[in-house]
Design a protein around this ligand. Structure first.
Ligand SMILES: [Mg+2]
Length: 254
């Protein structure tokens, strides 16, 4: 009976997970990142418990989200919300001028050429300038990204961990979560969002406005109302969550 009540309660909630630094430990390159198999099992179980009200909300494109979370393939938001897929498979993509994308690509490729260790990641309608392998390039890359968005105001700069991203201005994770919350089976539920980075703050702010549960992984300033110390601790929490051993009602910020 107790167990049944927990399941019912859990079914009042909708879960949104960032991936890098949240469900997966950060690595030297984005390609080296993976989510351990037991974590995928727990996420699958949780998705079943929630009747599908679980979505990944990442800076990565949907295609990479699907690879990292295989065999799960439900609702998701990629490129900080520039690509959204609802549970019934509807795709919503932000449109940007392909000519501008081409020009930005050319300028970034040219300008980072003399910067060893800097990596340009192209994400169909966004760009990431990674400096994990070249920490001294941080400032120069920030200036480069700012120059680009000054010339192309449909884009904005997003700070991340050892990365500057140039992404469509209209998109953020808060808007992506808000959009999914208006679709089935998320509609009418209480949102829970777990993230680790500056890009997740828009998501935390949205969730806080909905009296949901916002959880930041790690330290640093944040509007999240809850903290989990690191990725390993999140894995333990997820294990308990998937097995209905966490009472989410006690975590709500009302
Ligand atoms: Mg992250």
């Amino acid at each position: 009976m107790n167990e049944l009540r927990q399941i019912c309660r859990q079914n009042d909630y909708a879960f949104f997970f960032d991936i890098d630094g949240t469900l997966a430990t950060l690595q030297a390159t984005p390609e080296a990142v993976s989510i351990p198999a037991p974590v995928i099992t727990h996420l699958t179980l949780l998705t079943q418990n929630l009747s599908g009200a679980l979505a990944f909300v990442s800076g990565r494109p949907l295609s990479q989200i699907d690879e990292l979370t295989y065999p799960l393939r439900g609702a998701a938001a990629g490129i900080h919300g520039a690509e959204i897929r609802t549970l019934n498979g509807e795709l919503i993509a932000t449109r940007v001028d392909p000519q501008q994308l081409c020009e930005i690509d050319q300028q970034l490729s040219r300008d980072i050429e003399p910067m060893p260790g800097v990596r340009l990641e192209k994400k169909s309608i966004a760009f990431a300038l990674h400096y994990r392998q070249a920490p001294t390039a941080q400032q120069a890359l920030h200036e480069l990204a700012n120059t680009i968005v000054k010339r192309y105001p449909d884009f904005k700069v997003q700070a991340g961990k050892c990365v500057w991203e140039i992404k469509p201005r209209a998109c953020d994770k808060g808007k992506a979560i808000s959009y999914l919350m208006q679709t089935s089976p998320f509609i009418g539920r209480i949102p829970v969002f777990i993230g680790d980075d500056m890009t997740d703050e828009a998501g935390f702010q949205y969730v806080n406005r909905q009296q949901g549960i916002s959880i930041k992984i790690g330290c640093g300033e944040s509007e999240a109302t809850h903290r989990i110390d690191n990725v390993t601790q999140l894995y333990q929490w997820l294990d308990q969550l998937a097995n209905n051993n966490i009472n989410l009602d006690t975590m709500r910020s009302v």
